[in-house]
Write a protein that binds this ligand. Structure first.
Ligand code: GDP
Ligand code: GDP
Length: 447
């Protein structure tokens, strides 16, 4: 959810693009170039665990989900068997496979093996011939045409060369865009329920649907589509985007298990708000923090839902609460609710937190008031001098919604220290009581 209109337009399921190739050809370099976020504010904050293998590329005319299959398994050394298995795993899920090759090494036996696997699967494959910097591009790519997978696209990922052409070729190769889902009713709040396996996602879905369960509108087509279930509660209409109910497509192995991140990202993309479930009996795990990192990247409104709050002794509860404070400090703006999906307790609080988060994410700021509030922030705590001079605010306005984007205009604002920028964000949050959504502050000088 990154555009201003995102709360009324459903983008459909994000297509999946897999980067495949043997180690060291430059997959992760390419991955980083393609998924690099435009947004400095999303930059790493302490405690965020980043997943360097799954990301969304929004640079070209259509967004797509990119998966770097390299390093997805712990058995890195087990080559070439692994390379073949990775290719297989990627093939299962991907709409397009980008097969990355190393122009300096030339064609190797591993490459041939991967190529065979790809050809058998009959997927759309693009050849990316990397590390062509300092080489003749035509000669470098010609060698790989013998694979029978078409023309190679010359690339130098680490020099950001050829990346735009590759991106455009990827978008051209994607299957046609699906219809907008028929249940995309703007009055329904779309909620994704996400979290690692066994935290209680299915139990919560069933609990929320209760007796009123409507037959799941399990859309035909690819089985990786999340199941979308409309429901009503207290007169409000919702659409649950359920990642738990997703069936596996075809035969999979353990490497593919990791691909569930794909469902999470796709569900988040379709939703206006994400419920990130955590299992109180297990505590906050690294995987939970990674899921939250994805939510941060997506700019999602979110509620942290601590499930299985039943059956815990008071000291155990206290322990979980301390852990939440410590490990999830990077999303301190998110509300935490404690529920038992099994017993149905805490759901009222959960629904309230959902509506507060949604209200915050879609809030419309009045420019005058916003400017006054930000001026007050500057007066309440003088900004530190920037090269001996004071930063000055002229005015502030809203640049977008979901999540709110606040643009501050003035002098020497951009170079304010991070700590002061965070103070400004917190001041804004307190004044407007914004919870459950990221807020992005942008600083523009001298215009
Ligand atoms: P992966 O194992 O396939 O993910 O490969 P990496 O992205 O980790 O890259 C392996 C090495 O190749 C790193 O040292 C990169 O800096 C280097 N590399 C990546 N792309 C290029 C490129 O376009 N040109 C050159 N000369 N080196 C590159
Ligand atoms: P999912 O993989 O995230 O969909 O998790 P499930 O909904 O399948 O739940 C995993 C396990 O946790 C099941 O055995 C559930 O019965 C159990 N469970 C789910 N919610 C609760 C809860 O609130 N309290 C307790 N004690 N167990 C729960």
């Amino acid at each position: 959810m990154s555009t201003d209109q995102a709360d009324t337009v459903l983008t459909g399921t994000l297509p999946v693009v897999a980067l495949v190739g043997r180690p060291n050809v430059g997959k992760s370099t390419l991955f980083n170039v393609l998924t690099r976020t435009r947004d400095a504010i999303v930059a790493d904050r302490p405690g965020v665990t980043r997943d360097r293998h799954h990301g969304v590329c929004r640079t070209f005319s259509r967004p797509f989900l990119l998966v770097d299959t390299g390093g997805l398994s712990e058995f890195e050394q087990e080559l070439p068997k692994l390379a073949a298995r990775q290719a297989e795993a990627a093939i299962v899920e991907a709409d397009v496979v980008v097969f990355v090759l190393d122009a300096r090494d030339g064609l190797t036996p591993y490459d041939r093996q991967i190529s065979q696997a790809l050809r058998r699967a009959g997927k759309r494959v693009l050849l990316a011939v990397n590390k062509t910097d300092g080489l003749d591009e035509d000669i470098a790519s010609a060698e790989f045409s013998e694979l029978g997978l078409g023309e190679g696209l010359a690339l130098a990922a680490s020099h950001n060369r050829g990346v735009t052409s590759l991106g455009e070729a990827i978008v051209d190769a994607l299957p046609p865009q699906g219809e907008e889902a028929s249940d995309n009713d703007p009055d329904r709040l779309r909620i994704a329920i996400i979290g690692r396996p066994n935290v209680g996602k299915s139990t919560l879905v069933n609990r929320l649907l209760g007796e009123e369960r409507v037959v799941a509108s399990d859309e035909p087509g690819t089985t990786r589509d999340a199941i979308r279930v409309p429901f009503e509660r207290d007169g409000r209409r919702y659409l649950l985007i359920d990642t738990a109910g997703i069936r596996r497509r075809g035969r999979v192995d353990d490497a593919v298990e990791k691909f569930s991140v794909i469902k999470t990202l796709q569900a988040m993309e379709q939703a206006q708000i994400a419920l990130v479930l955590i299992d109180a009996h297990e505590g906050v795990t690294d995987q939970d923090a990674t899921v939250l990192g994805h939510a941060l990247d997506a700019g999602s409104a979110l509620v942290v839902v601590v499930n299985k709050w039943d059956g815990l002794k008071p000291d155990e509860r206290e322990q979980v609460e301390q852990q939440l404070d410590r490990k999830l400090a990077f999303v301190s703006w998110a509300e935490t609710v404690f529920i038992s999906a099994r017993h149905g307790s805490g759901l009222g609080e959960l629904m309230k937190a959902i509506s507060r988060a949604h209200a915050s994410a879609t809030f419309e700021f009045n420019t005058h008031e916003l400017t006054d509030v930000m001026n007050l922030a500057f007066e309440s705590a003088q900004p530190p001098l920037v090269r001996g001079r004071t930063a000055k605010l002229r005015y502030a306005h809203q640049g977008g919604r979901t999540p709110p984007r606040i643009v501050l205009h003035g002098n020497r604002l951009a170079t304010l220290p991070e700590s002061y920028k965070r103070y400004l964000e917190n001041f804004l949050r307190r004044h407007y009581r914004l919870v459950g959504t990221p807020v992005r502050l942008e600083f523009r000088d001298g215009d």
